[in-house]
Write a protein that binds this ligand. Structure first.
Ligand code: MN
Length: 429
């Protein structure tokens, strides 16, 4: 661990520990009156983990501009160092999700060694066929896995197979595929033919999956294709997953839906039919805003976790969703945003654990809409901060990760060590 971070954790925690102990005891009494065991809940929250996206530690951007911050990571090794800081402080982010080719390096053993040193592992690999790379033979301007040209499709397939190979060397167990393929104009693309080409290409990717890997299919309603996207919704994603085979699952990115869509219900449907692969957590007001998780609509995040806790409690078959963040940080220090987001997920999870499911089922059966709603609200409105902070403290993390991070001066340190570079591979996804 970064020495200054370690020292800051010790110092800052010492200041906060007695107040936290009092708050924790008070919460314990409150929850005990509701028949809840705070110690057991703390263990459950401590075991919660979410993967950090490697591209998230660099400053993101919009279609208009990118305003880099000081000490931006220059390569994947710098990204891992930043991810290690997030994990050291929050103890909620033990894995990193890589993006190829942004994170491609010759020395995979060195990457694996640095990660192991920091206590980090690798989560799902992310392929990239939504932009062209220098020297690439065929362009993805008009699509990749669903392109009309078989050679371009083959190139996109090969890239995904390469991502699997890199992932195998790093200990990853999943591949996430999102394509920007689609159309900007009515008539531009034959809906059926393009989906058929996609399925055929994905069958070749699927065939290259190791037996213990999962394939995550990520849908997105629009952008960069603004009229029709080949995998535009969970329906298309589900159709693709079921036609590919049992190792294929749907990935829900919270920002990839229209503003009024009931995402928690999509989550429930995918759980019911055994195809929920995982999440890209973020938040949005208008579209694929990639804002910090819980920043805009924390109640929605709670409702999503309510479905997850419910599925876990009734041991839904095949239920093992991967948790990943997928955000773009334009105006904040990315490390602070990622820490805050990981903590917001823990908060939603903890609140969902508080739901009195027996009472809720009774109200649902009795059609008591008001009390069913109040049951969820009672859990949602409980201040679980002492629980979250204690879970961190017990694992060696910071009681207040953001205050501790600022006190440690990490950003100023890396700003001095890392000269600004162009395109360190971050950003806009
Ligand atoms: Mn995503």
């Amino acid at each position: 661990m970064d020495q200054a971070i370690g020292a800051a954790i010790e110092q800052d925690n010492a200041k906060r520990q007695s107040e936290l102990a009092a708050d924790y005891a008070a919460l314990g009494e409150r929850l005990a009156r509701r028949g809840l065991d705070l110690a057991a809940l703390t263990d459950q929250v401590a075991a919660f983990a979410v993967a950090v996206p490697s591209w998230g530690v660099g400053t993101g951007g919009t279609r208009f501009a990118r305003f880099p911050g000081p000490g931006e990571p220059r390569d994947v090794f710098d990204k891992l160092a930043d991810c290690a800081v997030i994990q050291a402080l929050t103890r909620a982010t033990p894995r990193v999700s890589l993006h190829i080719p942004w994170d491609k390096v010759a020395d995979l053993a060195a990457l694996r060694a640095q990660a192991a040193d920091a206590g980090l592992g690798f989560d799902a690999m992310n392929s990239n066929t939504f932009q062209d790379q220098p020297g690439q033979r065929r362009s993805y301007k008009f699509g990749s896995l669903s392109h009309t040209d078989p050679a371009t499709r083959r190139q996109a397939i090969e890239h995904n197979l390469e991502c699997i190979e890199i992932g195998r060397a790093l200990g990853s167990k999943a591949l996430t595929v999102w394509i920007g393929d689609g159309a900007n104009f009515p008539g531009q693309q034959h809906f059926t033919a393009s989906f058929e080409r996609y399925l055929e290409a994905m069958r070749a990717v699927y065939a290259g999956l190791p037996a213990d890997w999962r394939l995550f299919i990520e849908h997105k309603i629009y952008e960069p294709a603004f009229y029709a996207t080949v995998i535009q919704d969970w329906g298309s994603s589900y159709l693709a997953a079921t036609s590919l085979g049992p190792q294929a699952f749907c990935l829900v990115d919270l920002g990839h839906h229209a503003p009024t869509v009931n995402i928690e219900m999509i989550v429930a449907r995918l759980i019911q039919f055994g195809r929920l692969g995982g999440f890209h957590f973020n938040d949005s007001k208008y579209g694929d805003d990639d804002l910090d998780s819980g920043a805009i609509n924390p109640f929605q995040l709670f409702l999503v976790f309510n479905e997850l806790v419910d599925a876990d409690a009734r041991r839904a078959p095949g239920f093992a969703p991967a948790h990943m963040l997928d955000q773009s940080h334009n105006v904040t220090d990315p490390i602070e945003s990622l820490m805050a987001s990981a903590m917001e997920l823990q908060r939603a999870y903890a609140q969902a654990l508080l739901v009195d499911r027996t009472a809720l089922a009774g109200y649902q059966d009795a059609n008591d809409a008001l009390m069913a709603s109040r049951t969820l609200k009672q859990a949602y409105l409980t201040d679980v901060e002492p629980l979250l902070a204690t879970a961190r403290l017990r694992q060696g993390g910071a009681v207040d990760p953001i205050a501790t991070y600022r006190a440690a001066g990490y950003r100023a340190k890396v700003a001095a060590e890392r000269p600004a570079v162009q395109g360190g591979g971050g950003g806009i996804v």
